[in-house]
Write a protein that binds this ligand. Structure first.
Ligand code: FAD
Length: 437
């Protein structure tokens, strides 16, 4: 049921990410474009910047462009939950691709998770990174049993540190009776996503690359001599030896082949007003990241200062806007925490994650254009890690190889960039969630 909006929104309510308070978007005028570069990267999120860091440090003249301010996409507006991110379970990958490939794919997810902590430390990025663990709440008693099975049947060699929390003990994790216990995944972490992005941006600029915002790529053509590409933008033309596309959920007709393989799904977030020193912390005393076992997932956490709840999820069959999504997310939040009935919303925002038909990211090269995209809602570690691998691939380095480059990147008949099947899928999954299946 929708709420009285005059009571829901705080007096300083705004429709931009909470994270942008600490890390505002750049107001700088875009610089002039160079005529020629070695590597041109379209998209300045984690993928584009991490690829740029490699190519610039590898001595290639590198330009990153973005149609909005640098980092405007998902990379400065996400929930800051840092996970392994590979969605399909081991058994289903094993059925499709065999044991060795399934193992290698899951290993890549685990590598991404451990890599990002080292990366943040090595690059000295100040972004509230914390290995706090994640509580995976069981929506039903049956889901709790499934979590127990998941824990017991971790494939040998891929065991992750985790433990079960029965319902009778869950108040140490979270002050709700909504869940039937849960699983704590100890290696998962938290980050301030926009501060993390800003830190990478600074390292990329220090490495000599240019990052220019408000410059939309409008076409990518092979140059006549076949030696590279001509990239047209709404601010002029650039010739590039190599082109990398790092547009994930914002992939467009600019790259039709990729557009047929990745589809945009809107995901929505709110921040509560400052709830003071103790209220938010008492709701999540463990300070962990939280998700639950429903198919239409919700994800939430404390703000880094522990004074707010940041709550995200999918709120409707079709895409909507932050004014409409805020009361719906507030409803979801108060189903879990009825204590927050009177808490106001100070920020509401959304972004488009890139999803793939195999529920896994993909990176590689098609028609000479490099790409990495489709992190399926879990791209903080994966986009950074695969962006780095992609940059290494551009440099021709063996360490850039990934099993995710070797798997087929599939499309579906009749899909050309508009996910017409999405509302039906969301409706069906929501129905199954309501049945508790
Ligand atoms: C609300 C929300 C919550 C999320 N929560 C989490 C989370 O808690 N944990 C997690 O792991 N992941 C989360 N994600 C997903 C994660 O943020 C993304 O997977 C990741 O940031 C993708 O990074 P990227 O660099 O590939 O793409 P993006 O950061 O989306 O960057 C793509 C960029 O490409 C630019 N672009 C597109 N077309 C053009 C063009 N023609 N010319 C120039 N520029 C162009 C866009 O402007 C955009 O800035 C969340 C996402 C959202 C939206």
């Amino acid at each position: 049921m929708s709420k009285d909006s005059s009571r829901l929104f705080s007096s300083d309510y705004c429709e931009s990410p909470f994270w942008w308070e600490r890390t505002p978007r750049s107001q700088a005028e875009p610089a002039q474009l160079p005529e020629t570069v070695d590597v041109l990267i379209v998209g300045s999120g984690y993928t584009g910047l991490c690829a740029a860091l490699q190519t610039a440090r590898g001595g290639r003249a590198t330009l990153v462009i973005d149609s909005a301010e640098p980092g405007w996409g998902c990379s400065s507006r996400n929930g800051g939950q840092v996970s392994t991110g590979i969605k399909p379970d081991f058994a289903s990958l094993e059925r499709q691709f065999g044991h060795e490939t399934a193992f290698a794919v899951h290993r890549e997810g685990q590598r991404a998770l451990s890599w990002i902590g080292d990366f943040i430390e090595d690059e000295e990025i100040d972004c509230d990174y914390r290995v706090c663990g994640r509580f995976f709440g069981a929506h039903t008693a049956r889901h709790y049993d499934k979590l127990a099975h998941k824990l017991e049947s971790q494939p040998p060699g891929l065991e992750m540190k985790a433990f079960l929390v029965p319902r009778s003990e869950q108040s140490a994790e979270i002050d709700t009776s909504f869940y039937h216990g849960g699983l704590v995944q100890c290696q998962h972490a938290a980050v301030d996503p926009a501060a993390y992005h800003q830190g990478i941006l600074e390292r990329v600029i220090e490495s000599g690359a240019s990052v220019i915002g408000h410059t939309r790529a409008t076409s990518i053509e092979r140059s006549r001599d076949g030696a590279g590409f001509v990239v047209d933008t709404d601010r002029g033309r650039v010739r590039a030896g190599e082109v990398v596309v790092a547009t994930s959920g914002y992939t467009s007709r600019l790259t039709p082949w990729q557009q047929r393989r990745v589809f945009p799904i809107g995901t929505y977030m709110i921040a509560t007003e400052d709830l003071g020193d103790t209220v938010a912390r008492s709701l999540i005393p463990s300070g962990r990241m939280i998700v639950d076992t429903r198919r239409i997932v919700v994800y939430y956490r404390l703000s880094p200062d522990g004074r707010r709840i940041l709550f995200g999820g999918r709120v409707s069959l079709n895409e909507t806007n932050p004014r409409i999504s805020a009361p719906r997310l507030h409803d979801h939040m108060t189903t879990i925490f009825p204590q927050l009935q009177e808490a106001k919303v100070s920020h509401s925002w959304m972004g488009f994650v890139g999803w793939t038909f195999q529920h896994m990211p993909h990176l590689g090269r098609h028609d000479g254009i490099w790409y990495s995209m489709g992190y399926c809602g879990s791209g903080v570690a994966l986009a950074s890690y695969f962006g780095t691998r992609l940059g290494q691939q551009v440099l021709g380095l063996e360490e850039g190889r990934s099993v995710l480059s070797d798997l087929p990147f599939r499309t579906r008949p009749l899909y050309y960039g508009k996910p017409w099947f999405l509302s039906a899928s969301v409706g069906w999954y929501g129905f199954l969630d309501r049945l508790g299946i």
